[in-house]
Design a protein around this ligand. Structure first.
Ligand SMILES: Cc1cc2nc3c(=O)[nH]c(=O)nc-3n(C[C@H](O)[C@H](O)[C@H](O)COP(=O)(O)OP(=O)(O)OC[C@H]3O[C@@H](n4cnc5c(N)ncnc54)[C@H](O)[C@@H]3O)c2cc1C
Length: 291
């Protein structure tokens, strides 16, 4: 089946209007942002919303990338290419540039949004792993007002999030801390494909010691896209070969991949460890002023 089931179409004129429409049209209504995930699912009839609420008119309200105090703020309607081209992102969080460079292709990156990626919650999705490693926080708005949720608590399972039926994710806030280095490593079958496995590592250095670390994993079944064991293996340690090997082993142990057309589970588990080690080395080098 290549055509969607019948649905009504509404165009939101503000975030408040979008929330009002979600409330009025009920749980069978869905937000559409870039449409790169929702529309294929509707064509395949894996999703059959009765109403679609278009938020593409809200780029002014939801589209920016800016600094607010000690946080980088990325609007939910920021497109992948906005993130890729942002000097603020490149300056503070090069991991996000690494990740955006390997998300799909320019056509998808022109339309796909940060909010849509996080809310789609595909287990192989790249930004959830990257933003979880950076300890980003999502702002979600509904009729009761805004609430915040750590990105690493946003997903409750594959294709499921804590965003309620009448709520909308409005922005992501990433804390900017001194001496941060970050990097993203992904292996894909061909350019532009979803990950076979990917790892995101952020480190915050105190001298030669890793004071704090965030380790994200994509496509390997890690709960909430993170590896708490790898993070624990890094905190308070110097990035020696032994420590890097321990963190890599912990990341592999925290993953629970399945065998599918992208490869056997054991290969993906091996990649989770190897990519964590590679991203970690680059993150430390960046924190120390290199690349
Ligand atoms: C060919 C192809 C290859 C791809 N490759 C990759 C890849 O390698 N890595 C990767 O990470 N992604 C990949 N993607 C996915 C891409 O990043 C999509 O842009 C993304 O999954 C969805 O973003 P969207 O804005 O299109 O969301 P939509 O399709 O519009 O929406 C997706 C879901 O999120 C909900 N939603 C959207 N915005 C909000 C919001 N602000 N608040 C609440 N709910 C919201 C919608 O209701 C829907 O349920 C690929 C997509 C395609 C088509």
């Amino acid at each position: 089946m290549q055509t969607p089931a019948p649905f009504s179409y509404e165009r939101a004129t503000s975030v408040d209007h979008a929330i009002e429409l979600l409330e009025r049209l009920g749980p069978d209504s869905r937000i559409v942002a870039g449409g790169h995930s929702l529309l294929p699912m509707m064509k395949l009839r894996l999703a059959q919303p009765e109403a679609v609420i278009d938020i593409n008119g809200l780029a002014g309200e939801l589209g920016g990338i800016s600094i607010d105090g000690s946080e980088l703020v990325v609007g939910a309607m920021a497109r992948h290419n906005d993130v890729l081209d942002s000097p603020l992102v490149a300056e503070h969080f090069p991991m996000l540039v690494d990740a955006e460079q390997v998300i799909a292709d320019p056509v998808v990156r022109n339309r796909g949004t940060v909010g849509g990626s996080l809310c789609q919650a595909d287990p192989a999705e790249d930004l959830s792993a990257a933003l979880s490693a950076l300890n980003a926080v999502a702002t979600i708005r509904g009729t009761a007002g805004p609430r915040t949720v750590a990105v690493r608590e946003l997903h409750t399972g594959p294709y499921e999030t804590v965003v309620g039926d009448a709520e909308i994710l409005t922005e992501i806030r990433i804390p900017i801390r001194d001496r941060c280095g970050s990097a993203y490593e992904k292996v894909e079958r061909r350019v532009g494909d979803w990950a076979i496995a990917a790892a995101a590592v952020a480190v915050w250095m105190d001298g030669d010691t890793i004071a704090d670390a965030g380790v994200g994993l994509a496509a390997v079944g890690a709960e909430h896209f993170v590896s708490p064991a790898a993070e624990a293996a890094l905190r308070g340690q110097q990035p020696t070969d032994d420590v890097i090997a321990a963190a890599a082993a912990a990341a592999a142990a925290d993953s629970s991949p399945t065998t599918d057309q992208r490869g056997p589970a054991e290969y993906k588990r091996h990649l989770a460890g190897e990519l964590t080690a590679r991203a970690l080395r680059r993150a430390v080098a960046r924190a120390q002023g290199g690349n």
